[in-house]
Write a protein that binds this ligand. Structure first.
Ligand SMILES: Cc1cc2nc3c(=O)[nH]c(=O)nc-3n(C[C@H](O)[C@H](O)[C@H](O)COP(=O)(O)OP(=O)(O)OC[C@H]3O[C@@H](n4cnc5c(N)ncnc54)[C@H](O)[C@@H]3O)c2cc1C
Length: 345
């Protein structure tokens, strides 16, 4: 047995081996991985994205910086608030605003901080990835169960044909993607468990990012929350404090996102930018992009914080489908899944 560059053991075929394979380097997977590493386990985290963060997503376009997934988060739950305080002390997050944005554009002070990544939401994931064995641009094609003399374990096949092996898996991809991974590996789930997981569903979200030729004119705090159709959310990333130039993120509501999912980008852009109230600037040429989030937020969620899949080598599920569809819920789910897994391995 030798070790890979990242320190994980590799078998004679060059396959990396870990106690736990975490699928997904979003908030749930990264926080779970830290718990498992702190408990003394070897952990490999894989993500199909080019970077870490999942739906904590920040993109550059020209001079502009855009948060195009999660926009901000709150921190009312004590364990999460303590984590956020550590991020704040490390300079990773800053408070953006502490008001409730009403659909009619009014702003109601409520004293609850809304946090953003100091350089964008991805900053949080980049911070959490430090010290972990995280492998990005690593899309799993299937997960299968291996049986040999030492018992059952997991074999993950990456879409470039390489393999990873682990005694246990912690799965944080959106549930339909997790079910696909297991089905592709021939893993049969208990019928009731499968049916429950199949009941989970997500809203899509069309996001438009636009570099502007001048100040957006959005009111304080540089964001609007229409919270409906066609627009769910509008933010000026410069006013938010993460972009040196005016750069707008617009999110469509779920019904509009469904209706326009297959529409050409130009139509999505015209519809969404045309619906922004009081926009005081225009997009610059070649400065507009569309992001299609197929699994943006839970529509029908699952009860509790995590699930164990029965009848298999240890496998637990985490993510925002549990506990409330947002960043704090995904964090709580990641921690709960790690604790559950620790009781199984
Ligand atoms: C447009 C939008 C706006 C939002 N706004 C807010 C907001 O303002 N406030 C808030 O609190 N929340 C918001 N959310 C929700 C928030 O982003 C999520 O709840 C949270 O980030 C989910 O984290 P997660 O770890 O559960 O999942 P994810 O971040 O989705 O992580 C799962 C990871 O699994 C990876 N993966 C999937 N399949 C594979 C595979 N086969 N192989 C390898 N890796 C794989 C994915 O690449 C992904 O990185 C928003 C989400 C969207 C999309």
């Amino acid at each position: 047995m030798s070790t890979s560059q990242s320190g994980s053991p590799v078998d004679p075929n060059g396959t990396s081996i870990a106690d736990v394979l975490v699928v997904g380097a979003g908030i749930a997977g990264l926080l779970a991985a830290h718990r498992l590493v702190d408990a003394g386990h070897s952990v490999i985290v894989v993500d199909k994205g080019r970077g870490v963060g999942g739906r904590l997503a920040t993109r550059r376009m020209g001079e502009g910086v855009f948060d195009h997934g999660a926009q901000f988060f709150t921190s009312s739950e004590p364990a999460f608030a303590a984590e956020v305080a550590r991020w704040e002390a490390a300079g990773v997050v800053e408070q953006w605003f502490d008001t409730r944005l009403e659909p009619d554009g009014s702003v109601v002070p409520d004293g609850h901080p809304r946090w953003r990544g100091s350089t964008g939401m991805t900053a949080i994931a980049k911070h959490l990835a430090i010290g972990l064995d995280v492998r990005t641009s690593t899309r799993l094609a299937s997960l299968q169960v291996d049986t040999d003399d030492s018992g059952d374990s997991w074999r993950a096949i990456v879409d470039d044909g390489t393999e990873l092996r682990a005694g246990a898996v912690l799965l944080t991809a959106p549930i339909p993607q997790t079910l696909d991974l297991l089905a592709a590996g021939g893993v049969m789930l208990d019928r009731a468990e499968r049916e429950e997981l199949e009941s989970a569903s997500y809203h899509p979200c069309l996001a438009v990012m636009a570099l502007l030729d001048g100040p957006s004119g959005l009111p304080e705090p540089g964001a609007l929350r229409p919270g409906g159709e066609p627009l769910d959310w509008v933010a000026d990333n410069q006013r938010k404090g993460i972009s040196p130039v005016p750069s707008l993120t617009v999110h469509a509501g779920p019904a509009t996102s469904r209706a326009m999912w297959d529409a050409p980008d130009a139509e999505v852009i015209a519809t969404l930018l045309g619906a922004v109230p009081g926009l005081a600037a225009s997009p610059v040429a070649d400065g507009v992009q569309v992001q299609r989030w197929r699994f943006a937020r839970p529509d029908v969620g699952l009860e509790g914080f995590t699930r164990k899949i029965s009848g298999l080598p240890p496998a637990v599920l985490a993510g925002d489908i549990f506990d409330g569809s947002r960043v704090p819920g995904a964090a709580a789910s990641g921690w709960a899944a790690a604790e559950l897994l620790l009781s199984l391995i």
